[in-house]
Design a protein around this ligand. Sequence first.
Ligand code: MSP
Length: 706
Amino acid sequence: MSKFYFTTPLYYPSARLHAGHAYTTLVCDVIARYKRMCGYEVCFLTGTDEHGEKLERAARDAGLTPPEFVARQRVEIQKLWKLLDVRYDRFVYTDRPDHTVSVQRLLRLARENDPDKDAPDKQTIYKRRYEGRYCVSDEAYISEGSEPANCPVCGRPGELISEDNYFFRLSKFQDRLLELYDKQPEFVRPGFRLNEVKSFVKSGLRDISISRKRIKWGVPWPDDPEQVFYVWYDALTGYLTGIDYAADGDDPGKRERREGFWKWWPADFHMVGKDIIRFHAVYWPAFLMAAGLPLPKSVVAHGWLLVEGDKMSKSKGNAVYPEPLAALFESETKGIVAGSDVLRYYVLREIPFGQDGTISYEALIQRYNSDLANDLGNLANRTVAMLNRYFDGVVPAASAWGKASDLLFPVLANKTKAEYQRGFDSYTFSSALEAVWHFFATANGFLNRTEPWAMAQDASRRDELASVLATAAEAVRFSTVLLYPVVPHSAERLWKQLGCEEYLGRIEDQRIDQLEWGELRPGSQVGKPEPVFPRLDKSAALARVGEQEIVASGESPEKEAPAQVESQPEKPPADAPPIPSTESRIPEPESRIPRPESRITIDDFAKVEMRVGEVVSAEPIPGAKRLLKLMVDIGSEVRQVAAGIAEHYKPEDLVGMKVVLVANLEPRKLRGVESNGMIVAASVGDGGRPVLVTFKEDVPKGARLK
Ligand code: MSP
C-alpha cells in the first residue's frame, strides 16, 4: 500500500488557537481523509512547538513553570482538535525526551557529515558573536547590528540580542537550494510562492544563529551547557521525532530499529501558512542537507484568514475562535449539523487555496444556506421524500426508462470525480468542490425538468418515475462519497439515510479511486426524509450571536431582537410532494442553569489575565445608553473596550484613571463596537451598580494582578 506522510506546523501553545490555526489543521484533516479513501496508508502529524522565549514568557505570565504551562496548553489544543473531529495519526510535542535526542542527533550528523569540518572558516556549524534584532513573537531573527528594526511578519519592534551563539552556515547551501528548486519545482506550492522563495535565496543567504544563550527553556546544546537550540531548529526537527526518529535513544548502531521512521520519511508535504515558508523551504532543507537526510517532497503554503482585511491574530484582538463558530451551527440545528463540517466546507470552498480569505459568522451562514441547505440538502431531501412517497422507501430499478438525460449521468459522474480528484491532488480544493456542486445543479435541474411529481399522477409513467428517482438517488450516493472528506458527519448521515451502509459498508471505508456509478442497490430500503442541512434563518441566528454577547457582558438588551423571519421554503409545483422543509430550526431559549457552588484551583484562576490599564479616552456609544467606549493603555498596547458603566461614570472622569482589565477574554462586538477585554467592577446593591476597581498607590500600566 502506498504511504503518505504529511504535517501541519507545530503550533505554539503560548495562547489559545484561533480560526487561522484551525484552518491549517482542518485542510490537513480533509486531505488525510481523502488520501485514506484513495487507498493510501496515511500518517498525518500535528503537534506543539513548546520551547523558546515566547513560551518561557507566557509561562511566567501564567505563574507556572514552562513544563507545567506547556502541558496544560497542549491538552487544550488536543481538546480543540477533538471538538473539530480532526483525526490525526501522530501528535508530537517538543518537550518530550526523545525530541532532545532527535535535535542533538541532527546536529551531530551535520558536524560529522561536514566536508569542511576541519576548516574553521568553512565549517557548517561554528561559533561567533551575534548582535541583532529578534522578534520574540515570531521567534525570528530580523536583522544584524544594533539599529532598531521591526519584524517583517508582525510589525513589532525587534529586541536587541547580543551574545555568543552557534551559527549554521546557510550561505554554503545557497547553490544546492537553488538547484533543488530548479530540479523539483513542486518543492514549494503554489508555484508563485516558489518564485518568492527563489528570489529570497538568490538575493544572498546570511548565516543564521541556531543557539540561544540568554534563555533556558529549550533543548540543551550537547557540548555547551550555557546554550539551548534556536527554537526553529528544534521545532522543525519535530517532524522527525513525531515518526520515531529517536525512539531508540541515540545509539547509531541501532539504526535498523528506526524502520518506523524510514517507513514514513521523507514527508510527502509540510503544510504551512505563508508567513513560515522561509523556515520550511529554505532553512529546513538546508538543515537536512547538512545532516545527509532526504528532503521532504513538498512545502505547501496557504494564505491567511483575514478579519476585515487584517490578519487574524490574538494580539491584534481580532481573532475569531473556532469553538463558538462550530457551536452556532450545532445549536441552531439542534445538533443535526456538526459545526466542524461547515467550517471545513467554508474554508475549502470559499477561499481559493494559497490566497488570503475572510471569515465571519455571516459569510459562514450564507455559504451554509446556499450550498449545503439549498443545493445539496434539497436534492437529497426531495429525492428521499419521493422515494418514500411513491415507492414506500424502496429503491426501484433504473434501467426501465433509459432516456438520454439520465444516461448522461454516469458520464457526468465520472467527469465530476475526475475533476474533484484533480482539484484535490493539485491543492485547488475550491474547484474540486465546484465540480461537485455543478453535478448537484445538474441533478436538481433534472428533477425540475422531468417533474417526477407529475409522473406520479400517471400510472403509465411508473417506469419513468422509477428511473428518474433511482438516478437522482444514485447521484446523491455517488457525490456523498466524494463529500465525506469535507463534511464527514453530514455525509455519514446521508449515507445512512440512503440505506447504503447496509450493503456497501461504512462511508469512511469507501474508495474514491474505485467509486463507480450505479452501485445503489435496487430493492434496498432508504430511511425517512429527515433534513441533513436544516436551513438557518440568517438574521435570527446572527441576532442570537449578538444576544449571547450582550448577556455575557452583563448588559440587558436595549432593543428587541429582530423578529424571527420565516425562511422561504422552496415552492413546490402544484402536485409535488411537500419538499421537506429546510427552514431554520430555532431552539427554545436555553434556561439559565444555576451553577453549583464550586471551588476553582489556582490553575483555573491563573487562566484569567488581569492587567492594570490607564484610561486614555472615553466616549458614549450612540444608541447604547449603558455603554461607554474606552481606550485603555495596558503598557504593551492600547485596548478598545465597551463597558456597561455609562449610567454611573462620566467619560471625562474616567480619563487618566487606573483600572483593571481582563486582558485574555475573547473579543466581542457590543452594539457594533469591538470590545477587547473587560473592565473589572464591583456590582453593588440590588441594581448592580458598577464600581470600578482602582488603586490607592501608583501602579505601572501592564502590571499583572495575581
Ligand atoms: N511554531 C511555529 C511553527 C513551527 S513548525 C515546525 C508557528 N506556530 S504558530 O502557532 O504561530 O502558527 C502556526 C500556523 O498557523 C502557521 O502556519 C501560521 O501561518 C498559521 N496561522 C496563524 N495565523 C493565521 C491566520 N490568521 N490565517 C491562517 N493561518 C494562520 O509558526
